[in-house]
Design a protein around this ligand. Structure first.
Ligand code: HEC
Ligand code: HEC
Length: 240
């Protein structure tokens, strides 16, 4: 083994032993479940291949759980994800543990201030954890207005999500665009799910006709969507 490989192996060993000794329970089992996931989503849930694998660190736990159940039941179809969510691989308890583990990871959004004495490996390991989405160009004024009007009451004014409504800020733009295309094709349900639950919880007059379910995303132009995505990439520095 070359010296650098040895160094990495010994670092990994001390890191994992140190952690196991420190905190037993759900945190550990979540980390364990995340083992095979890290091959695609990264060791810190930071995502990979420039958005082919979405960022899942820091995402809302209720949303993560729901999506994992949706993949498992094939309500959300994705070939790479499917085998990892099958019953024998991912029980309900595992889903809870891994969602809690991932949700608790806080990725920095700014590169750290390196000291002159930091070596290349320290820098590399630190940069892997940083989540910086390149800015997308667009009409930011229109993007902010459309976002505040159409998206903020579920995804939050700063894009960090609310309860089981997912965080959008800090997510790869091409992943978000791909999901919007999937929603528009009707292969994933967007706000119709939310609407139905909201309606169930409110006593509505019976004579009122049910509105035809065309979602929020269907009402926007391609340009509006681009501007909204541009706005989201500019929200990442805003204080949560
Ligand atoms: C072989 C690669 C691969 C592995 C391994 C993998 N995933 Fe994924 N995962 C993906 C891809 C690709 C997507 C995006 C799917 C899409 O575009 O709809 C995804 C999407 C997700 C999402 C949805 C994110 C969102 O914002 O909606 C979650 C949550 C997730 N994965 C969690 C996991 C967990 C937990 C594991 C381990 C049990 C795992 N993944 C293992 C490839 C993988
Ligand atoms: C009524 C509530 C509501 C509103 C308003 C809303 N969303 Fe969503 N959004 C949701 C829900 C619920 C999900 C998760 C649905 C699912 O299970 O696929 C979601 C998921 C998404 C996702 C996928 C996230 C991921 O990680 O895969 C994107 C992208 C998105 N919304 C964009 C938007 C945009 C852009 C707007 C404004 C034009 C918007 N949403 C307005 C409820 C809402």
């Amino acid at each position: 083994m070359r010296p650098i490989a040895l160094l990495i192996v010994s670092l990994l060993l001390t890191a994992s032993f140190g952690h196991a000794a420190e905190q037993p329970g759900q945190q550990d089992s979540g980390k364990e479940v995340n083992g095979p996931c890290a091959a695609c989503h990264g060791e810190f849930g930071q995502g990979g291949k420039r958005g082919e694998y979405p960022r899942i660190a820091g995402q809302r736990p209720a949303y993560l759980e729901q999506q994992l159940r949706n993949f498992r039941s094939r309500q959300r179809m994705n070939l790479p994800m499917f085998p990892y969510t099958q019953e024998r691989e991912l029980s309900d308890a595992d889903i809870k543990a891994v969602a809690a583990y991932l949700a608790a990871i806080e990725l920095p959004t700014k590169p750290p201030d390196f000291k002159d004495t930091d070596d290349a490996l320290t820098r590399l390991l630190a940069m892997e954890k940083v989540m910086i989405i390149p800015r997308l160009e667009g009409n930011l004024e229109n993007g902010k207005r459309s976002y505040d009007e159409n998206c903020a009451h579920c995804h939050g004014k700063t894009g960090r999500g609310i309860n089981r409504f997912p965080m959008l800020v800090g997510q790869y733009t091409n992943y978000l665009q791909r999901q919007i295309d999937i929603y528009l094709k009707g292969e994933r349900l967007h706000d119709a799910v939310a609407d139905e639950e909201e309606e169930d919880s409110k006593a509505k007059p019976v004579d009122k006709p049910k509105p035809i379910k065309k979602g929020i995303l269907d009402r926007l132009t391609e340009k509006d969507i681009n501007d909204i995505l541009a706005h989201i990439t500019h929200l990442q520095d805003a204080t949560p």
